[in-house]
Write a protein that binds this ligand. Structure first.
Ligand SMILES: *Cc1c(COP(=O)(O)O)cnc(C)c1O
Length: 426
């Protein structure tokens, strides 16, 4: 259990000299749980190996994309074979068409789409498009939902319904903040108080997974669909995380919901940088070069990234895979609940498909405010106790766990055993 972290620690010293906070994306810095991160040398299946040779069962999966597991042979082969013919052309390439067909097949609401290089780019572009299409400026988002780091989407989680919020991040002009209205999840009455006739769009994670995992009431989502439509506002379903994760057709298939625009990322790139946004043709045609809303990308539709995405989706869509993910994740969650109860540690667990979350509270978690009741110190201790035992959960209470098709029953048994020991240390 006394793992050697000598080389990781050495790299961390150098990383802190070179990068702000030592990292190129904040949550990797372990600030949510204390301690210092390990540096990964390689990954295969459901496992990571760090530079000191320690092995971990991985439930982060690169924050969502690795639903097949790491270094899946089909994905690796697709990238290698594609690279042999060049890595970027700056012209249309046939792989863009194949990936788009796979996306449209899974998402009936997407008639046309555009590929970008990240989830952030997808949501940022979708918002601009919604504003251009409706010729309105104001947008609605929900407390605690994360949509990437575009200016108008980084608004603080306010509470209590419709208030025009202040920016959460420094560096965002107050004028931008004024155009973003923040509402509370699962608050049906709050939805009805908004003057939707002035709103360009509402953007929501239909399976909120960036404050832990919070299931939404079907009535809430249905009402959101109705009120936006009635007011002529577009509904943007941000499925960057839940797309291809909770079902083949994402949250829209799961809940029988139709977005005007949908944003995707993570899984569609199979571990390479890909995002996409798409929807009704009439809206998408407002984009340049046919329409007046500008959007572009030097590396968009990159052949390597398209190849990784195609290989991932083709493998994922094979019969029985979603069922397998469902069953294994349920098995893991049941096991964790049982050993927590044995150790008399109160937890509140949520799960949708292969996404799961353990809150350290005995109260139900239904929105951002209740999610914040979870005890972060306890989570940090639990996280480190598991890490010491070779199990890697997300280094923050407000992130979810992801299972992959590479997690076997023995991996899950090992994890539950480690969790039993970890709960005993709390
Ligand atoms: C991860 C995420 C994003 C941002 O995607 P990046 O590729 O990190 O820019 C946007 N929306 C949701 C719901 C996400 O989970």
């Amino acid at each position: 259990m006394n793992r050697n972290h000598e080389y990781s620690d050495k790299l961390w010293t150098e990383a802190r000299r070179l990068f702000p906070g030592g990292v190129n994306s904040p949550v990797r810095a372990f600030r949510g749980v204390g301690g210092t991160p390990f540096f990964t040398q390689r990954a295969k299946g459901c496992r990571l190996w760090d530079v000191d040779g320690n092995e971990y069962i991985d439930y982060v999966g690169s924050w969502g994309p690795m639903i097949l597991g790491h270094a899946h042979p089909q994905v690796v082969r697709a990238v290698q074979e594609t690279a042999r013919n060049g890595t970027s052309f700056g012209t249309p390439n046939p792989l863009e068409i194949r990936l788009a067909q796979l996306v449209c097949e899974a998402y009936p609401s997407i008639q046309k789409l555009r590929f970008v290089n990240s989830g952030t780019e997808a949501t940022m572009s979708a918002i601009r498009l919604a504003r251009g299409f409706t010729k309105r400026d104001k947008i609605v988002k929900f407390d605690g939902c994360y949509h990437g780091h575009a200016d108008s989407l980084l608004m603080k989680a306010g509470s209590g319904g419709a208030t025009f919020d202040v920016p959460d991040s420094a560096g965002i002009p107050a004028d931008f903040a004024r155009n973003t209205l923040t509402l509370t999840l699962n608050d049906v009455a709050g939805l009805k108080r908004v003057a939707w006739g002035e709103i360009a769009c509402a953007i929501i994670e239909p399976v909120p997974g960036n404050m832990g995992l919070i299931p939404l009431h079907p009535e809430f989502l249905q009402t959101l669909r109705q009120v936006t439509q009635a007011g002529g506002a577009l509904l943007i379903l941000d499925e960057v995380m839940c797309g291809f994760r909770v079902a083949k057709g994402g949250a829209q298939e799961l809940f029988g919901l139709t977005g005007d625009l949908t944003t995707l990322g993570k899984i569609i790139g199979g571990g390479l940088p890909v995002g996409a946004f798409g929807g009704r043709a009439e809206i998408m045609d407002c984009l340049a070069p046919t329409g007046a809303v500008y959007q572009a990308g030097t590396l968009s539709g990159n052949p390597l990234a398209m190849a990784a995405g195609i290989a991932t989706l083709e493998e994922l869509f094979k019969l029985g895979n979603y069922q397998k993910l469902e069953v294994r994740t349920a098995q893991l969650c049941d096991g964790i609940r049982t050993v927590a109860a044995q150790a008399k540690i109160p937890i509140y667990q949520t799960r949708i498909g292969s996404k799961f979350c353990t809150f350290f509270t005995d109260q139900p978690v239904i929105d951002y405010a209740t999610a914040k009741r979870s005890d972060p110190k306890r989570y940090g201790k639990f996280f480190h106790a598991l890490l010491d035992r070779g199990v890697y959960l997300a280094p923050s209470q407000f992130e979810v766990g992801f299972l992959s098709l590479a997690h076997t029953e023995p991996d899950i048994e090992t994890t539950i055993q480690a969790a039993a020991e970890a709960f005993q240390t709390l």
